[in-house]
Design a protein around this ligand. Sequence first.
Ligand SMILES: [Fe+2]
Length: 169
Amino acid sequence: MAMTTLEEKFVHDLGDIYDAEHRFLEAQREMMQQAKATELKTMIREHIAQTEEQIRNLDQVYQTIGAKAKRVKCDAANGLVIEGQKGMKEAADQPALLDCVIANTAAKVEHYEIATYRGLITLCEGLGQSSVLNLLVQNLQQEEQTAQRVEQSLPQLVQKVSKQRAVAR
Ligand SMILES: [Fe+2]
């Protein structure tokens, strides 16, 4: 379907992130099961709860603008999930390395979400749709905090792998 207006782009992008959040929710459940480091596991568990809240926020955005909530297949989210699953499979025999794969996948996912929410917020402001702005900003802030948290955890996870390698030598 052709896209001709900013309103259509807004609804399209909303459907895109609505689909992405659902895909990432599933993927995070898988990641949480496979993660070994307690801190990483906790971080993912907390973000699963936030993701559920974010989906509810998006439902509310749809309600407010008077549109039916509809997932629009997000190929980018699908690709990120597939890429993460491949990495987890490949590192399955190395728990510490597996944690690095999971944390890095989570960071990529968060940055995709951040870019999408920022775009939606800009569109929203341009369209004068201030009624849903708060809900989108709430989601964006949670993604930003999670991205920061997960990125800060990565050096320690990487160090764990290099220490193990030093011992094995
Ligand atoms: Fe997220």
